[in-house]
Design a protein around this ligand. Structure first.
Ligand code: SF4
Length: 350
């Protein structure tokens, strides 16, 4: 095991920024639809969508959002239901709710214009310190550091920074080092993008390609021979198991959907009636006078738990009284207009 180094606060690799900027301009990503614009609405939208999501997945959603909501004020004026429906499938739905709340705040409190500094941007819903910095750097050229997951990985490796990222004091230390590494304002766009590109392509979590890396000569983790030891994070996420039962009821081409509560998993999305166990589903299904068909089991992974979803389906001759299930009966051809969780959409929207 190599000896742990203390962060090199006195001898930061000052060549890091110029090398990264030169590499980004010649080898980085320069033609994504949200690049080469200084429109904070477009940059913000892409930044939120790209959190925990791959570029290839985001491309279509980004396009559809801009077509439907050409400005942040259009997005703020829409209903949350419409925003959630357009977001369906991207996952992490709190992002969509915050996106809507943020657009409303920009529309109502800032006259439809995003604030122009990272500090002010951070006061908006769903915009954290790193996202605010990315918008301010890309759109207004502000000299301010970003520190998302990819950048944490690049910088902790570059500096062999072995502080525990689960500790806020250590994270604060890394923010300071990231700020000290910043280039002049004119290079901020290429530098900010360069860190993201390097983390997303060459300096990957499990197999960094140090031989291709533009900053390999400066990188202390590479020199120590064990780059994947960084970043250090002691708190491991404990995953749990969960199991639930869906009741899929159809009557004359209509499907019964219920809206999920405003808090919790899939908050605000539309779902089939969901039960904690099979017995509860059977009790609810009593009196429907229709055989239940068992559908293939679905395994769905969320951040904190693995979810097993069972489904029982029934074709009804008669619609049950509204009071029994509540919700809405939705024609099959209109299901795609509803914000459905991804695994449900896959199962019921043909
Ligand atoms: S040399 Fe390797 S570990 Fe260091 S920044 Fe480059 S890819 Fe990452």
């Amino acid at each position: 095991m190599p000896t742990a180094l203390k962060p090199q606060t006195t001898s930061l690799p000052l060549d890091f920024a110029p090398r990264l900027v030169a590499w980004q301009r010649s080898h980085g990503r320069n033609s994504l639809p949200w690049q080469n614009t200084r429109d904070p609405y477009r940059v913000w939208l892409s930044e939120i969508m790209l959190q925990q999501t791959q570029v290839t997945t985001v491309l279509g959603y980004y396009q559809r959002f801009l077509e439907r909501f050409p400005t942040v004020s259009d997005l703020g004026a829409a209903s949350l239901d419409e925003v959630l429906a357009l977001w369906a499938g991207l996952g992490y739905y709190s992002r969509a709710r915050n996106l809507h709340a943020c657009a409303q705040a920009v529309r109502e409190q800032h006259g439809g214009e995003f604030p122009r500094t990272a500090e002010a941007l951070q006061t908006l819903p769903g915009i954290g310190r790193s996202t605010a910095a990315a918008i301010a750097a890309f759109c207004f050229g502000e000299r301010v550091a970003i520190l998302d997951g990819n950048v944490k990985r690049v910088l902790t490796r570059l500096l062999a920074f072995d502080g525990d990222m689960a500790s806020s004091a250590q994270e604060k230390k890394l923010w300071l080092l990231a700020t000290e590494l910043l280039p002049q304002a004119k290079d901020m766009i290429a530098y900010t993008q360069g860190q993201m590109d390097l983390g997303a392509s060459i300096c990957s979590p499990r197999a960094p390609q140090c031989l291709l890396c533009p900053v390999s000569e400066l990188c202390l983790a590479r020199e120590q021979g064990e780059p994947t030891r960084f970043p250090v994070k002691t708190k491991k996420l404990k995953r749990s198991q969960r199991e639930n039962w869906w009741l899929w009821l159809e009557h004359e081409g209509q499907v019964l959907l219920q809206q999920r509560p405003a808090k919790g998993v899939w908050a605000g999305l539309w779902s089939l009636p969901l039960f904690d166990d099979e017995a509860a589903l059977q009790t609810a299904a009593q009196g429907l006078h229709a055989p239940l068909e068992t559908m293939p089991r679905i395994q769905h992974a969320l951040t904190h738990f693995d979810w097993t979803l069972h489904t029982q389906r029934a074709e009804l001759k008669q619609r049950p009284a509204d009071a029994q299930f509540g919700g809405e009966w939705v024609a099959r051809e209109r299901l795609a207009e509803y914000a459905l969780p991804a695994p449900l959409k896959k199962m019921i929207v043909s």
